[in-house]
Ligand binder design. Structure first.
Ligand code: GAR
Length: 220
């Protein structure tokens, strides 16, 4: 890993739990630096991971606020205090208000454990199994006002095996998440990704609805 402090792209990561994607982002930072981790829950392991890496942590408990908008306002102001170029949702299990999304649009990305547009929302792995799908996966997308519906940047797939249950599928999907999310964040840090009214683009060219066609080396 190159020294992440050499980079200009400041990243704030939002989490609600284990933070394994946060760890992957920390460990594979080449074109960005994680400057803060914010959780809506105290006592989650992801906060320990950030502290261990010497990264600032903040807990903002959503239950202390009278409305989604009030929480999002404090969250957004706290994020802006870190002057981020990119805000990364990494298992942040909160629906964000339109005002929040608009404030960070174009520099707000999410990872979702399905091959979007399939299975936005929760229980993605069980839904893929119930549907008899032959493959599952994960998607990284720009966040827009539509839940899990913003323009796709890249996806990674996993083959569904006959003996899979939701936990087994989630575990194999996470391995792909840990490869995909730092790859995309590094692209952003290199200035290769953008969001416009026309959708997501990579190196100035529009991305297809299924995101970047990863070459075999990147997708392996
Ligand atoms: C990941 O599987 C991520 O895709 C998912 O939560 C998990 C967080 O794991 N996110 C969502 O479901 C968002 N809708 P982690 O805390 O170990 O990174």
């Amino acid at each position: 890993m190159s020294n992440p402090n050499d980079t200009d792209c400041r990243v704030v990561v939002l989490i609600s739990g284990n933070g394994s994607n946060l760890q992957a982002l920390i460990d594979n930072a080449e074109s960005y630096q994680v400057v803060a981790t914010i959780s809506n829950k105290a006592d989650v392991y992801g906060l320990d991971r950030a502290r261990e890496a010497g990264i600032d942590t903040v807990v903002i408990d959503h239950r202390q606020y009278p409305s989604r908008e009030a929480f999002d306002q404090v969250l957004a102001d706290t994020i802006d205090g870190y002057l981020p170029d990119l805000v990364v949702l990494a298992g942040f299990m909160r629906i964000l208000s339109d005002g929040f999304v608009q404030r960070f649009k174009g520099r707000l990305i999410n990872i979702h454990p399905s091959l979007l547009p399939k299975y936005p929302g929760l229980d993605t792995h069980q839904r893929a199994l119930d549907a008899g799908d032959s493959e599952a996966g994960c998607s990284v997308h720009f966040v827009t006002e539509e839940l899990d519906g913003g323009p796709c940047i890249a996806r990674a797939s996993v083959v569904i095996e006959a003996q899979d249950d939701a936990d087994a599928l989630a575990a194999r999907t996470l391995v792909q998440e840990h490869r995909l999310y730092p790859l995309v964040a590094n692209w952003f840090g290199e200035g290769r990704l953008a969001l416009s009214a026309k959708g997501a683009s990579f190196d100035g060219r529009p991305l297809p609805a299924t995101g970047h066609p990863l070459d075999s080396e990147q997708a392996d």
